[in-house]
Write a protein of this length. Structure first.
Length: 291
């Protein structure tokens, strides 16, 4: 499980170096929106150097956000970075699961060329950045084992439809973007992969980030994107079960284990059934993943 995934501009040697000391579960070395067109080639070189420098030992996963699959830059990105063995590829502006399947085939070609185990490079699509993408979110179940999760974004989507804003006066997502968020959440779980919440743009607003993380975990997201290193510890804490949750989850699992074949049991005056057992096991898996 990935609690925190931190974006790092691929054309900044300083930020790449700083990212090594950040406790994010995964780094996302960015070749897309944070890199100006004239810096794309240079960014690919820096990203490949960073991957090569961490080829033998990685304390965190290293992913790369390429350019959209329908742009020529994407081919150059893949040709440069796959040989350096990133853990996965973030796929932006994903229009449908067909884009993921196409990307998987292209990655597979490079994996075979560089003698990398085919299928080992995972894919995480940003699944709501185009209007058409919303109408096929339920089809990600068609994707193969490369699909690591789904995440969503509102900025490109709101720009695509000409929205004046995507949040209301209280800082909450407006209804169209609440819909995109919800569809991404359910699509991920329908496909059996993790749902990763979108970033919280105001990196100076720690209270707002805390609240956003609490809401995301409450609703079923397993992690969150980060735009600044200062956000990572807040996100990690929010998506790590605390001692009270772990203790309760263990009690639930132990209760059902000691009563095999029974579908409904009582614990502390509360009736529990299979959904409670499933959630308890998920909490324990999250705790184990977080160490």
């Amino acid at each position: 499980m990935l609690r925190s995934m931190l974006f790092v501009p691929g054309d900044s040697e300083k930020k790449l170096a700083k990212s090594e000391s950040v406790s994010a579960d995964a780094l996302i070395l960015d070749l897309e929106d944070s890199v100006a067109p004239e810096n794309k080639t240079m960014a690919r070189g820096l990203v490949c150097e960073f991957l090569a420098a961490h080829a033998d030992e990685r304390k965190q996963q290293i992913w790369v956000r390429i350019n959209p699959i329908d742009q020529a830059e994407a081919g150059a990105d893949l040709g440069a970075v796959i040989r350096a063995r990133p853990d996965g590829i973030i796929q932006p502006k994903t229009r449908s699961p067909d884009d993921v399947i196409l990307l998987g085939k292209r990655i597979g070609t490079y994996e075979m060329e560089h003698e990398i185990p085919v299928g080992s490079t995972r894919i995480l699509p940003v699944a709501t950045e185009t209007p058409e993408a919303l109408f096929s979110l339920g089809d990600y179940v068609r994707c193969d084992k490369r699909l690591a999760g789904l995440t969503w974004g509102a900025e490109d989507l709101s720009a695509a439809v000409g929205a004046l804003d995507n949040k209301d006066s209280d800082g909450n997502w407006t209804q169209p973007y609440q819909l995109a968020r919800s569809l991404c959440l359910f699509a991920a779980h329908a496909a059996g992969v993790e749902a990763i919440d979108t970033l919280y743009a105001n990196f100076r607003d720690a209270d707002g980030l805390h609240a956003s993380c609490r809401e995301a975990r409450r609703d079923g997201f397993g992690g969150k994107l980060a735009i600044h290193p200062a956000q990572v510890d807040v996100i990690n804490e929010a998506f790590t079960p605390d001692a009270i949750e772990i203790t309760h989850a263990r009690r639930v699992v132990e209760l059902f284990d000691s009563n095999p074949g029974v579908g409904t049991l009582a614990l502390d005056g509360v009736m529990l059934d299979m959904p409670h057992l499933k959630q308890a096991r998920r909490i324990l898996a999250m705790a184990e993943s977080a160490g």
